[in-house]
Design a protein around this ligand. Structure first.
Ligand SMILES: O=C(O)CCC(=O)C(=O)O
Ligand SMILES: [Fe+2]
Length: 329
């Protein structure tokens, strides 16, 4: 097995069995991973989990801003073929949706968006015909450029969870921490200025209809070893910014590329990323559309009070604020 370039938190066999058993029981009891009653009992189910599971599932707490949870066994035959589009997944791999919901609820509050994947709390990331060169998770033939998840939105996740269902070709997710980047003080000062906005990405149904203006936001916040970022060059009108800012932004992109790690997730792995510290992306690949393609499940988690977000964001009235459907635990 190749060395994983990210910290690994191992779940022992007993803890892994506990998590998958509780998930299977919840699914059997409620019939569907999207049942509101299942969401409602998550805090109770989490509280009943043993100390080993709870401690392995504490939020990210290292400077590299990510870890891989490893040890959950996934049976490739059991999950069925990789669907060709998120909308045709149905109940495939549904017990993994519940595993991901349990992990999310242990770390914070799972969130969903009305305009994305039918408002589901767990998204399916599969390559889809016709979307090959988009800048969304449905793409394949292009590099998915490093980005903060839902960067345009002040209600975005603090933690992003990617659970690997299938990855026969070991296609890497990329991750780069701002805490490891080396930037000159002048560049940091430039990038803390709110100069250009970040626009909603194409994964949102409403994005195409959006014609309004969004407020400029800073790319960097915090200071010293506590630097955080909000970054999505594919959806940022960089050319509208002044030259000095553009140069600093390019150097930020270069630094993120330099410190980027490529993590090939294995089935059952859950990659947990601090969305304020780490940008993630994906290398290009050739989709086969034969049921054996790469397949991830994704969840977004809010951790209120996590000291990684500039306070000014509280006053932001960005596009789609009403689209956030937070399930309050
Ligand atoms: O496919 C991946 O590894 C990451 C895709 C992505 O950016 C996401 O699901 O948010
Ligand atoms: Fe993403």
């Amino acid at each position: 097995m190749p060395i994983c370039p990210a910290p690994v938190r191992s779940l022992d066999a007993a803890a892994a069995a506990e998590l998958t058993t509780v998930a299977a029981e919840l699914l059997a009891e409620h019939g569907s991973a999207t049942a509101p009653e299942l969401l409602a009992v998550l805090p109770e189910a989490c509280a009943a989990l043993g100390e080993d599971v709870r401690s392995a599932l504490r939020p990210v707490d290292t400077a590299d801003g990510l870890f891989v949870l490893r040890g959950l066994g996934l049976d490739d035959a059991e999950i069925g073929p990789t669907p060709g589009h998120w909308s045709t997944v149905g109940g495939a791999g549904a017990s993994w949706d519940v595993v991901l919901l349990l992990v999310s609820a242990l770390m914070g509050t799972p969130i969903a968006w009305d305009g994305q994947q039918d408002g589901r709390f767990v998204h399916n990331i599969v390559p889809s015909p016709g979307y090959e060169s988009e800048q969304t998770g449905a793409s394949s033939s292009v590099l998915l450029t490093p980005h903060t998840e839902d960067a345009f939105h002040p209600g975005r996740a603090h933690l992003l969870l990617l659970c690997c269902m299938r990855n026969h070709d070991r296609i890497a997710t990329t991750a780069a921490s701002i805490r490891l980047a080396g930037l000159a003080d002048e560049d940091i000062a430039q990038l803390k200025r709110p100069v250009v906005p970040i626009l909603p990405d194409d994964a949102y149904e409403q994005a195409q209809q959006f014609t309004g203006r969004t407020a400029p936001v800073p790319a960097l916040s915090g200071s010293g070893t506590g630097l955080t970022l909000r970054f999505d060059p594919a959806y940022t009108p960089i050319e509208d910014a002044d030259g000095t800012w553009q140069e600093a932004y390019r150097r930020l992109e270069d630094e993120l590329a330099r410190v980027s790690v490529a993590v090939s997730l294995e089935p059952g792995d859950v990659l947990v990323v601090d969305n304020d510290v780490v940008v993630h992306g994906r290398v290009p690949f050739k989709a086969r559309y034969d049921g054996t393609d790469r397949w991830l499940k994704r969840a977004s988690v809010r951790v209120e009070g996590r000291p990684t977000r500039p306070a000014a964001e509280d006053d932001e009235h960005g596009y789609g604020q009403a689209a956030l459907t937070a399930w309050a635990s």
